[in-house]
Design a binder for this molecule. Structure first.
Ligand code: TXA
Ligand code: MG
Length: 334
């Protein structure tokens, strides 16, 4: 396969060139990352960033993550990088970890919802980093889904719901991790706070820098928020979703869709549930389950025979923390 300079396959070069142009001229580009698809705009251009909020119908009190091509670029956006943050960057960047750090003035208020901090990350995805590098600007990008709905893990997912709102989707293939980045607040002089569990586990972070704090209490959907992005309802299918800790035959009627962590004899033995059972990992592997999670939830939501989705809770360790967080918010009523 022919490659251009930075390892981008030739057939993608045209769309990459076009995506760079769109970003530079204030447009919106959806692009694949290792976590989920992002809806990107030039983070230094308020008008472009405003288009993100309009496209997603996202409330202005929910700030955006700024994506960089290179860890060294972080210093152009933040005033201070505590030692612990530097250790995490060395260990986990590029990767699914967003660090909330004291912001520089150069970042528009719209990106941070007026907060004194900004969330930054370097995605572990070659095409995404090449897009950011070539556009020459930091890229603000929330997940590329209408606000509060299921996150996209393929280019097609983005097209299904946002085709009319965006200028271009840069197809980076299915997302490898499948869950959003972990968001960690690192205010200098304070203990780091886990704001959102995600693709880098709490255990992995604590192995690097010691104990971190967790946000307690759920958010207020009316905003403005002390710790934004904590709305009780989020990542939600259109259909009702109920979390179960074990499978019970009485649940599994003709209207039930099943989102199972692993196989279970009951799920295989009921002929009428065929096609409405999604098994996320045959070996109960959390990494594999995470990669399949949002796609499986979408299929059940789109199946006209499913009226209610029953989802099995995950073990409370590793990526299970992020998966249970997504399930809880998907199950919450607005
Ligand atoms: O994996 C990801 O993080 C994806 C990809 C595209 O990079 N992006 C993503 O963005 O999930 P979004 O907007 O869906 O979620 C961003 C989260 C929200 O919970 C937001 O409130 C939080 O990060 N956040 C952003 N800036 C913040 C800040 N300054 N302080 C606290 N939380 C912040
Ligand atoms: Mg999101």
């Amino acid at each position: 396969m022919t490659k251009s300079g930075a390892g981008v396959p030739a057939e993608l070069t045209t769309s990459l060139d076009r995506a760079v142009e769109v970003l530079r001229s204030g447009g919106l580009v959806a692009f694949g990352t290792e976590t989920v698809y992002g809806l990107g705009a030039n983070a230094l251009d308020s008008n472009a960033v405003a288009r993100i909020f309009a496209a997603k119908k996202r409330p202005l009190f929910d700030p955006l993550i700024v994506h960089l091509a290179d860890p060294a670029d972080v210093f152009s956006l933040v005033t201070e990088v505590p030692d612990e943050a530097r250790r995490l960057m060395d260990r986990f960047w590029p990767g699914p970890l967003s660090l909330v750090l004291p912001r520089r003035e150069i970042i528009p208020d719209l990106v941070t919802s007026g907060l004194p901090s900004v969330a930054v990350r370097v995605p572990a995805h070659d095409l995404a980093r090449e897009l950011i590098r070539r556009s020459g600007v930091p890229v603000a990008a929330p997940s590329a889904n209408p606000f509060g709905r299921i996150s996209p893990t393929t280019a097609q997912h983005v097209m299904d719901h946002l085709a009319d709102e965006i200028d271009l989707v840069l197809d980076g293939g299915p997302c490898r991790v499948g869950l959003e980045s972990t968001v960690l607040q690192m205010v200098p002089g304070q203990r780091p706070v886990l704001l959102r569990p995600g693709g880098i586990t709490r255990e992995a972070i604590e192995a690097e820098i010691g104990p971190i704090a967790t946000l307690t209490g759920s958010g207020d959907s009316k905003g403005p928020q002390v710790a934004p992005g904590q709305l009780p309802q989020h990542y939600a299918p259109a259909k009702p979703l109920q979390i179960v800790s074990h499978w019970d035959e009485s649940l599994l009627d003709e209207t039930a869709g099943v989102l199972a962590f692993g196989p279970h004899p009951l799920l295989e033995s009921l002929p009428h549930t065929t096609g409405r059972v999604e098994i996320l990992s045959r070996n109960k592997d959390l990494t594999e389950a995470a990669a399949n999670f949002f796609s499986a939830l979408r299929r059940l939501d789109a199946d006209p025979t499913v009226q209610i989705i029953y989802a099995e809770s995950f073990p409370t360790e590793g990526l299970g923390l992020a998966l249970n967080d997504r399930l809880t918010r998907a199950a919450a009523k607005s």
